[in-house]
Write a protein that binds this ligand. Sequence first.
Ligand code: GLA
Length: 383
Amino acid sequence: MSEAVAERFSQLYGTEPDGVWAAPGRVNLIGEHTDYNDGFVMPFALPHTALAAVARRTDGVLRLHSADVGGGVVELRVDDLAPESDRNWTAYPAGVVWALREAGHEITGADIHLSSTVPAGAGLSSSAALEVVVALALDDLYGLGLKRWQLARLCQRAENVYVGAPVGIMDQTASACCEEGHALFLDTRDLSQQQIPFDLAAEGMRLLVVDTQVKHSHSEGEYGKRRAGCEKGAALLGVDALRDIPYDGLDAALERLADDEEVLRLVRHVVTEDERVERMVSLLRAGETRAIGPVLVAGHASLRDDFRVSCPELDLVVDSSLAAGALGARMTGGGFGGSAIVLVEAADADTVSKAVQEAFATAGFTAPRVFEAVPAPGARRIR
Ligand code: GLA
């Protein structure tokens, strides 16, 4: 893989790259739409990665090429990079260069060739993988010595300000910080982290990812509306973030929001979702892995009914897989399309997968893509 990317780099730019880096996409086990409420999340890295072959430049020129989109090399000047000036894929890598420079790091240019196996628009963090791989490469090449969580913050800033998508910190942190064989229990308030061993195969289970092929986009309004609604809830309740509402204070908080049904539902999702993350962590620590199934299902119901970010295809994955014997299932990522995860006994994996495919065919939906997810390593240099 790294050979092919390096070779393509040489064809494009006429020199060898200084190195090749990889950053993964992610699935989120639990903790959805909690990251911009200072709450808890628990993603793990996928084996699908964005690769970047990169060489340093000293003349202020940034050249970008992607194997995954049509078109040739895009040439920019680092001095000209400006927020929301670019609506193309190049905004992700360019945004990272902009964010690094804005934070005071002297980046004097680069030649970059990108190639990714993270499916785009599938809710599996293809954008974060692109951002993190570029950030890690530049951190290495320019000897910046930034910590992984700092790289994640800079990538989030690139996406929030340069790309203009109001996302939280989960995806970038997952790509930068996850470890093989583990799920990342992350407190998005202070970015403190615990690696939770997550080896389903050893316990006779599997986790399937079902990509519904329904495309989503976070720069479109619905994500931002949910985020604004949560901020309104926090303001009405007099807290910095919804994270600050104690689980046993939820009923009292909801009573205070009785006049605003919309906000009430958003708040109920976020607070119960944080609680589900903590419950999941306790269950995994206690070795009660099969018991996480119902937690996944409750999380989906909350996203569907209270937060309202599901869609018929995601609901069908959950309903049809549970009917076929899955232990649990829920949508993962931002929603409005994208992917769902399904927890199954290893022996049932094929049956459940077929049942979901058949349900999609019967409903007249596009055939979903199903694959097994095993926690893979986070971002790293590979050459
Ligand atoms: C997207 C965002 C994340 C997070 C999830 C929902 O993936 O990029 O920051 O908000 O949606 O949990």
